[in-house]
Write a protein that binds this ligand. Structure first.
Ligand code: SAM
Ligand code: DTB
Ligand code: SF4
Length: 338
């Protein structure tokens, strides 16, 4: 979608916007199920990058306890528990700038992925920057989706991160697509961005070819010690608007109502599901931050009459549209985007 189209949508009266999003949602997602995904931080803290929102950056004095790469057996214990709890996607995150083939830690990650992929869940990882070869190896090991967020607009990004660029993020996403993994790419609301920044990000994401398989919409969880620790909470109705615009702009994606649910009322979460969200992170911990109690989530979904989605461990990356011109934001891996 173009920025102008998104701007028009976003400026509609809220109920008109939700109505349009609802039509798109029910025509593409007839079963109206919600996917439960479990997150696990397999390497915590001590990250070289300076992302201003992140508790895991080594540049800030935060309350996070650093943890080295988790042993495979411990990851497997968490993964089995996640499956037993009803999660159909297991997402492992590592606080790294990126990974490089041939290193011991990358081999260890491949080993973990091979093992987790035997459990019949979708396997997602988020490890930072990847080259083409690393992407291929992850795919072969059993990764179904790779999470790499753009987080905000290309214009606002340098105000939030200076240790890598928007183009670096796009290059990794291109490698993930080329390796045949599904792309999970979204952003965060509450980084001091304007509405235009949010829609610019959505413009970039919706122009990926293929469009991402999932789009996480996070609300900033202010982390003590980070530069954004005092940022105000986003208006929850603006979150609903963003979910609705995302549903319309990326109709086939799982739109994941991600970080920040602990500060949302059940009413707002219900409105997010109505406006097009069809996935959540499930489990009392995200990577380092808290998440609602599993029991509360189960009860909420039951009260709303929402079923949960089965796993698709053979998840295929969405096919690109050969008739659409290449995304202007992703001409070639490595070229400037904007
Ligand atoms: N290091 C990898 C990377 O940067 O892609 C993976 C981990 S990173 C923590 C994954 C995503 O979590 C970020 O891109 C951001 O969208 C989200 N995130 C991190 N800290 C957050 C916070 N305090 N509030 C909301 N979302 C956050
Ligand atoms: C995403 O978009 N959100 C998740 C997942 N992808 C990796 C991470 C949220 C992190 C929230 C802050 C924390 O737990 O430290
Ligand atoms: Fe590191 Fe990822 Fe956190 Fe940035 S968001 S500091 S790259 S863990």
């Amino acid at each position: 979608m173009t920025f102008a189209e998104l701007k028009h949508l976003h400026s509609l009266p809220l109920f008109d916007l939700i109505q349009r999003a609802r039509e798109v949602h029910v025509s593409h997602w007839r079963d109206r199920k919600v996917q439960l995904c479990t997150l696990l931080s397999i390497k915590t803290g001590g990250c070289s990058e300076d992302c201003a929102y992140c508790s895991q950056s080594a540049r800030y004095e935060t309350e996070i306890e650093r943890q080295p790469l988790m042993e495979r057996d411990e990851v497997m214990r968490h993964a089995r528990a996640a499956r037993a709890g009803g999660s159909t996607r297991f997402c492992m995150g590592a606080a790294w700038k990126g990974v490089r083939g041939g290193t011991e830690r990358f081999e260890q990650v491949l080993d973990i992925v091979r093992e987790v992929s035997t459990l019949g869940m979708e396997v997602c990882v988020t490890l930072g920057e990847l080259g083409a070869e690393e992407a291929k190896q992850l795919r072969e090991a059993g990764v179904t989706a790779y999470n790499h967020n753009l987080d905000t607009s290309p214009e606002h990004y340098p105000n939030i991160v200076t240790s890598h660029t928007y183009e670096d993020r796009l290059r990794t996403i291109r490698h993930v697509q080329d390796a045949g993994m599904s792309v999970c790419c979204g952003g965060i609301l509450g980084l001091g961005e304007t509405i235009d920044d949010r829609l610019r990000m959505l413009e970039v994401i919706s122009n990926f070819n293929p469009q991402p398989e999932s789009v996480p919409i996070n609300s900033l969880m202010p982390m003590p010690g980070t530069p954004l620790a005092e940022n105000p909470q986003v208006d929850p109705f603006d979150l609903v608007r963003m979910i609705a615009c995302t549903r319309i702009a990326v109709p086939m994606a799982k739109v994941r109502l991600s970080a920040g649910r602990t500060r949302l009322s059940e009413g707002i979460q219900a409105l997010c599901f109505f406006a097009g969200a069809n996935s959540i992170f499930y489990g009392e911990k995200l990577l380092t931050a808290g998440n609602p109690e599993m029991e509360d989530d189960r009860r909420l979904l039951a009260r709303l009459g929402l079923d949960t989605l089965e796993a698709d461990p053979s998840l295929e990356a969405p096919a690109g549209d050969p008739h659409r011109p290449p995304s202007p934001f992703m001409r070639e891996a490595g070229s400037a985007c904007c």
